[in-house]
Write a protein that binds this ligand. Structure first.
Ligand SMILES: Nc1ncnc2c1ncn2[C@@H]1O[C@H](COP(=O)(O)OP(=O)(O)O)[C@@H](O)[C@H]1O
Ligand SMILES: [Mg+2]
Length: 293
């Protein structure tokens, strides 16, 4: 097993047999994966599967207890998220760290403000920051009327999108998104999925965490499914159908049992919920993500 590459290049991220323990709780075991540039790697799994633990290792929040973690071919063990960021690994969390009453452009540059002048004449380059925020957002296809508006006035999907544009601007090579769509409705989720694809097309390696196979399938190039801390699948898109992904996610047999149960069920409301879910999935899958907003 000499093959080191994804698409003939050294992977941005490579994990081999990674394990993580919290005290004596084993959150992850035997995780081996590669993330390449210009592709979307989806990490799926039910609650408690270990998705957040995995990306916390990647992003320097936690350290692995077993195995090896390499970034662009180099063994790493990050002591903090800042260290990971310095290596180009940016993470966007579901509960974004934004200041709602601050303008979009201030949030865009929060913690990394641009300055002009030097020595005692140094001052914030406000006009420059506004201009840059506006043009970076436009480049990602995000057309805000006014970058002065408080970020709290944007929709959830737009806020996620600003965070993605920000990571791209500050030179991220790897963009990790932890459940960016799970709190959003179908349309808003579509908006975020569109920017996931944009980031990929700009050559980033995107790691998209979700427990929703219908959000993952349309945008993913590569799918990793976790179950109780172990990898139960690692497939490229052409190796898996949406149905297989859904069934793997739900733990195959369990899902089948559930669907039989639902079929037998005379409870109309339960059947209606099932239909609604199916319709939503359908809408997301068939309609392109670009159709959002
Ligand atoms: N800080 C922590 N301390 C102790 N146990 C944790 C901690 N974080 C996660 N776990 C446990 O590790 C397992 C995986 O959790 P997590 O990575 O959050 O899964 P997911 O993001 O897929 O829902 C769960 O059993 C969870 O309870
Ligand atoms: Mg989680």
């Amino acid at each position: 097993m000499k093959s080191m590459s994804v698409n003939g290049r050294v992977p941005l991220i490579e994990m081999t047999d990674v394990g993580k323990l919290y005290g004596n709780i084993r959150a992850l075991q035997g995780i081996s994966l590669k993330v390449g540039a210009g592709e979307v790697t989806c990490v799926l799994g039910d609650n408690g599967a270990g998705k957040s633990s995995l990306i916390k290792i990647m992003s320097g929040v936690h350290q692995h207890d077993e195995g090896s973690y390499k970034v662009e071919g180099q063994e790493v063990r990050f002591g903090s998220p800042r260290e990971a960021l310095n290596r180009g690994i940016a993470t966007v969390y579901q509960d974004l760290a934004v200041v709602p009453l601050m303008s979009v452009w201030r949030n865009f540059f929060l913690g990394s403000e641009a300055e002009k002048g030097n020595g005692p004449t140094t001052q914030l380059d406000i006009e420059g920051m506004k201009r840059t925020a506006k043009s970076e957002l436009l480049d990602m296809g995000i057309d805000l009327r006014d970058v002065e508006q408080p970020i709290g006035t944007l929709s959830g999907g737009e806020r996620q999108s600003v965070a993605i544009a920000r990571a791209v601007h500050f030179g991220a090579k790897v963009l990790i998104l932890d459940e960016p769509t799970s709190a959003l409705g179908v349309k808003q989720a579509g908006v975020v999925l569109k920017y996931v694809v944009q980031a990929r097309d700009r050559g980033l390696g995107v790691i998209f965490i979700t427990h929703n196979p219908h959000h993952a399938y349309p945008v993913g190039d590569h799918f990793i499914v976790l179950n109780r801390g172990r990898m139960i699948a690692d497939r490229s898109k052409r190796e898996i159908t949406r149905e297989e992904l859904t069934s793997l996610m739900a733990g195959g047999a369990e899902l089948e049992a559930l669907s039989h149960e639902l079929e037998r069920s005379t409870d109309r409301s339960l059947a209606a919920v099932g239909q609604q879910l199916e319709a939503e999935a359908h809408e997301l899958g068939i309609g392109t993500p670009a159709g959002g907003a």
